[in-house]
Ligand binder design. Structure first.
Ligand code: UDX
Length: 442
C-alpha cells in the first residue's frame, strides 16, 4: 500500500489492523523500527506516511469511508479439523468480510489481495450480501512480490493481475495501477483465473526448486556439477535461467501453503493423481532438508554429541528477517536432536525468533543439544567442528577462511548448502568440504 500511495498522491490510503502493537510499530518514526525488514521500505514510508498513507486501529471508520477495501489478512494452513494440514484457514477472511458487511457505506469494491483458495470470492459474496443494502463488487488482485525485493517487484512488476466480473470495478483498479505500470503489463481475467494463477505461479516456482534440488543430489552421486547443469538447461529459453539455484529447500510464507492449497483443491475435485503430483514437490523439499542433517551426522563420525556447529543463516533467504518455513528450522532441529551444540548467526533474525522455533520440534518433542545466537561469524566458529551455510546472505560470500579455520577444532568441515562461498580457499586451510550439487573429487 505504501508503494501505491507513493505513485498515487491523489489517493488517501488507510491501513487498518485490530492489533494495536502492530499499528504502533508502523507508526513509529524511528528508523529500523519497522515490524518487517524490507530493503527500500523505510524510504517509501518516509515519503508517504502522514501524507496520503496512515495506520490506525479504527477499522470500522476506515471501511465506512472507503470506496475500495483491500483484504490483506493472513490465511494460514488449517491445523485442526476437516482439511487440517492442507486447507487454508479462512477465519480471518471471514471476520474481515463480516466487518466490511456491517461497516461499509454505499458502493464498495472489495479486493482480495491475500493468497486465497480458489472460489474464496464466493465466500466473500455470501457474507457481504448479508450487509444492509450496500452494493459490493469483488475483485481478485493477487500480489506476486517476493520478500527482500518487494519494493522493486511492486515498482516494476512483471505483471499486475486483476480478476473480476464487473468491468467498471476492474477499470477502477487497473486505472490506479496505470499510474506507474504499463498497460501491456496489466492482465485482466475472470475472478477464478486470478485466484488460481497465484497458487499456480508459486507452485511452478517451487516445483523448479524441488526439481533442481533433486538433480543436485544426483550430481553429487554421479560426479556432475549442478551449477554447470543449471547453466546448461537455463540457457534454453523455453526453460529460462531463474529459480534454478539449488539449496537446502524452499521456505517462506507462500510456497508450501499454496501447494497445500492446490493439493486440497485437487483432492476436493477428485483429481487424486494431480494432488499426489504436487505432494511430491513438498516431499522432495522435506528430503532436501533431511539429507543435509543426515549427511552432517555421517561426516562427523555418526554422532553430534559434544560437537559444535556454526550455522550461518536462519532466515528462509537473504535480505529478510522472515523465518517462516525456513529450511534452517528442520535442519537445526535434526542437528539438536542428535545432541549438537549450535551457534547460529544471522544478521537479521533475533534470538527470540530462533528460540521459538527450536525449543521443540514439529511434533512438540523438546530438542536435545543446545543453541545460542552468535553475534558474529567469528564467534560462531570458535572451537567449531563444522560450519554450515544455510542462507544466501551476501556477507557469507566473503568469508575469511584463513581466520575462521584457525579458530576451529580439527578435523573441521564446511557444509555449503547455498554454493555461496569460496570452498577452494577453505580447503587450502585444511578444511574438509561439502557443497550442494558438487560431485566428484574435490
Ligand atoms: C515467493 C514468490 O517468488 C512470490 O512471487 C510470491 O508472491 C510469494 O512467494 P518469497 O517467498 O518471498 O516469494 O521468496 P522467493 O524469492 O520466491 O524464494 C522462496 C524460497 O525458494 C527461498 O527459500 C529461496 O531461498 C528458495 N530458492 C529460490 C531457491 O532455493 N532457489 C532458487 O533458485 C530460488
Amino acid at each position: 500500500m505504501a508503494v501505491m500511495a507513493d505513485f498515487c498522491p491523489g489517493l488517501d490510503i488507510q491501513v487498518v489492523d485490530v492489533d494495536q502493537k502492530r499499528i504502533d510499530a508502523w507508526n513509529n518514526l524511528e528508523a529500523e523500527c519497522l515490524p518487517v525488514y524490507e530493503p527500500g521500505l523505510q524510504e517509501v514510508l518516509d515519503r508517504v506516511r502522514g501524507r496520503n498513507l496512515s495506520f490506525s486501529t479504527d477499522v470500522a471508520t476506515a471501511i465506512q469511508r472507503a470506496d475500495m477495501v483491500f483484504l490483506t489478512v493472513n490465511t494460514p494452513t488449517k491445523h485442526r479439523g476437516h482439511g487440517a494440514g492442507a486447507a487454508a484457514d479462512l477465519t480471518f477472511v471471514e471476520q474481515a468480510a463480516r466487518q466490511i458487511a456491517t461497516s461499509a457505506c454505499g458502493s464498495t469494491i472489495v479486493v482480495e489481495r491475500s493468497t486465497l483458495p480458489v472460489r474464496t470470492a464466493d465466500v466473500l459474496r455470501k457474507i457481504l450480501s448479508q450487509g444492509c443494502g450496500n452494493h459490493f463488487e469483488i475483485l481478485s488482485n493477487p500480489e506476486f512480490m517476493a520478500e527482500g525485493t518487494a519494493i522493486d517487484d511492486l515498482c516494476n512488476p512483471d505483471r499486475v493481475l486483476v480478476g473480476g466480473a464487473c468491468g467498471q470495478a476492474v477499470a477502477e483498479l487497473t486505472g490506479i495501477y496505470a499510474n506507474w505500470v504499463h498497460p501491456s503489463r496489466i492482465i485482466t481475467t475472470n475472478l477464478w483465473s486470478a485466484e488460481l494463477a497465484k497458487l499456480t505461479a508459486n507452485a511452478f516456482l517451487a516445483q523448479r526448486i524441488s526439481s533442481i534440488n533433486s538433480i543436485a543430489g544426483l550430481c553429487e552421486a554421479s560426479g556432475a556439477d549442478v551449477e554447470e547443469v543449471s547453466h546448461a538447461i537455463g540457457s534454453d529459453r523455453r526453460i529460462g535461467s531463474e529459480f534454478l539455484r539449488p539449496g537446502p529447500g524452499f521456505g517462506g510464507s507462500c510456497f508450501r501453503k499454496d501447494i497445500l492449497n492446490l493439493i486440497y483443491l485437487a483432492d476436493h475435485y477428485g483429481l487424486y493423481e494431480v494432488a499426489s503430483y504436487w505432494r511430491a514437490v513438498l516431499e522432495l523439499n522435506a528430503w532436501s532438508q533431511r539429507r543435509i542433517s543426515q549427511m552432517i551426522v555421517q561426516a562427523l563420525f555418526g554422532t553430534l554429541r559434544d560437537k559444535r556447529i556454526a550455522v550461518l543463516g536462519f532466515a528462509f533467504k537473504a535480505d529478510t528477517n522472515d523465518t517462516r518455513e525456513s529450511p534452517a528450522i528442520a535442519i537445526c532441529r535434526d542437528l539438536l536432536h542428535d545432541g549438537a551444540t549450535l551457534r547460529i548467526h544471522d544478521p537479521r533474525v533475533s534470538f527470540a525468533d530462533m528460540e521459538a522455533l527450536l525449543v521443540v520440534d514439529a511434533d512438540g518433542v523438546p530438542t536435545a543439544g543446545w543453541f545460542e545466537r552468535a553475534e558474529s561469524v567469528f564467534s560462531a566458529c570458535d572451537d567449531a567442528d563444522a560450519v554450515l551455510i544455510l542462507t544466501d546472505w551476501a556477507q557469507y560470500r566473503e568469508l575469511d577462511w584463513a581466520a575462521l579455520a584457525s579458530r576451529m577444532r580439527r578435523p573441521a568441515w564446511v557444509f555449503d548448502a547455498r554454493r555461496g562461498t569460496n570452498l577452494a580457499e577453505a580447503e587450502a586451510h585444511g578444511l574438509e568440504t561439502w557443497q550442494i550439487g558438487r560431485g566428484g573429487p574435490h
